[in-house]
Design a binder for this molecule. Sequence first.
Ligand SMILES: [Zn+2]
Length: 263
Amino acid sequence: MDSRWTRCNNCRRILYKQDILDNLYVCPACNFHFRISARERLELLYDNGEYELYDEDIYSTDPLGFKDSKKYSSRLEEHRKKTSLQDAVLNAMGFMGGMKVLISAMDFSFMGGSMGSVVGEKITRAFERALSEKTPIIVVSCSGGARMQEGILSLMQMMKTSAAIGRLEEAGIPFISVITDPTTGGTTASYAMLGDINIAEPNALIGFAGPRVIEQTIKEKLPKGFQRSEFLLEHGMLDEVVERKHLRSYLICALRLFLNLHP
Ligand SMILES: [Zn+2]
């Protein structure tokens, strides 16, 4: 197969790559939403795909000197090279439908989008910038949860980000959470579920613990589609499931409502 063709992991059909790209990285045959990078996400959401990045000078320092099969510090170095990202989130400012909006977009390709102290700090700074500049903020989550290589320091980010959201709420600044596949663990248990509205892309895996752990704990078989967007919507955990092709217009509409702008 030459490189212009690829197989959809979901429906197994052979597809022309350009057709998937033209369709915002969604399978034209089965509507499967492929995972996209933080940069692709920002381009897709902002007017003309234009934005400015902030907080690019924050680095993890491996405060615990953690080592598993590899040193955490070398793992970080590797991912920085591989992804050209400093860590698993990008903070950006730009316009959506002419409105100034901050977006923090997470990137799964950097250590599974795990939330360590840099991710927590960047997201908190984005919330603080939203507060001081009275600008609405969107966080696009895509994360395996807290970063185990940073132990308690990563868990502390749940509290820090949640406190910052509390201050935003008091000031009446809108925060919309967009949850994408997958969003689990400490990310779900903090900012991803604390938006004024929480919306998700179709069929995204969203949960705290994985299904196997839950089944072993409660000793019951879990229902079909458990921890997927549609199931969560049906059970009141989400406000809406929005297809990627409608996401930008949905967010613009929601922001206009929050900001009380006339249509
Ligand atoms: Zn497909």
